[in-house]
Design a protein around this ligand. Sequence first.
Ligand code: FES
Length: 56
Amino acid sequence: MYVCLCQGITDKDIRDAINSGCSSYKEVRAALNIASQCGKCGCLAKQITKESMVEA
Ligand code: FES
């Protein structure tokens, strides 16, 4: 599922970023460049990051 259409980032990309060491939404955002254009994906990206960190 695409989370960020502007950058073509999927929920899997977010999970991969967390698995490779990102430990906060801020780090995920910096690593993937998510929410850097229209910003609409910010809320969802944050939520997925949170959920993925609970699972991890
Ligand atoms: Fe992510 Fe636009 S959808 S910046």
